[in-house]
Design a protein around this ligand. Structure first.
Ligand code: HEC
Length: 179
């Protein structure tokens, strides 16, 4: 079966998102008033309070390894989607949700996907965070960046949701248990 190349898809993703730049962070239903910038050392709790849902805070949190300690796949691998070479992480809320057999994940569930160069250096991140109950597209916050250059960000983004909604378990596509 023919597939569009990952590179082309990523270029398409970036191009199609530039018009929707939302750097207004006021809308999310979550009040993550906590200072996330220095949270890596002492933040052991997970959920929406610990996972930022605006671009600037997310970029800083990722650079700070905010997801260190999350459950991870055992080895980097080629994405079966448009994400290149990847290593995926689930937070405890998402792991517990899969363990419980949920088909709709609870608020606070989150996944970070490291986007890797051939030498496994981290070049970027794709992130999804459940910010509202239910299974609407708008219940997930999406984020995509290469380095600190954010190319997609916000709730219910069609560029991410279309693919993830099609076959994912409440939009999560990575096989569980993590491999
Ligand atoms: C063409 C289909 C497609 C599009 C578009 C897409 N993804 Fe994915 N994504 C996948 C597939 C397939 C996986 C499963 C793991 C893998 O093979 O990469 C995945 C995995 C992920 C994961 C790990 C959690 C999970 O669902 O497994 C995150 C986070 C993620 N994508 C974020 C994004 C973001 C952010 C966007 C939009 C900017 C996006 N994706 C657009 C196909 C897609």
């Amino acid at each position: 079966m023919a597939r569009t190349s990952p590179t082309l898809l990523l270029i398409w993703l970036c191009a199609s998102c530039t018009s929707g730049d939302a750097d207004d962070t006021s809308s999310g239903g979550t009040s993550d008033g906590a200072d996330t910038s220095g949270a890596a050392d002492d933040a052991t709790t997970e959920g929406v309070a610990a996972v930022p849902t605006d671009a600037a805070a997310m970029t800083a949190w990722l650079a700070d390894d905010g997801y260190a300690g999350w459950s991870a796949e055992t080895a980097a691998h080629a994405s079966t989607g448009p994400h290149g070479r990847v290593l995926t992480f689930f937070n405890d809320d998402l792991v517990a949700s899969f363990d419980g057999g949920n088909t709709t994940h609870p608020v606070g569930s989150a996944s970070v996907k490291e986007l890797l160069a051939d030498d496994d250096n981290v070049t970027g991140w794709a992130v999804m965070v459940k910010t509202a109950a239910g299974d609407d597209a708008a219940s997930w916050y999406w984020y995509l960046a290469m380095g600190d250059s954010v190319s997609a960000e916000g709730n219910g983004l069609g560029t991410c949701d279309g693919c993830h909604a099609a076959t994912g378990i409440d939009r999560v596509l990575t096989p569980y248990p993590l491999q």
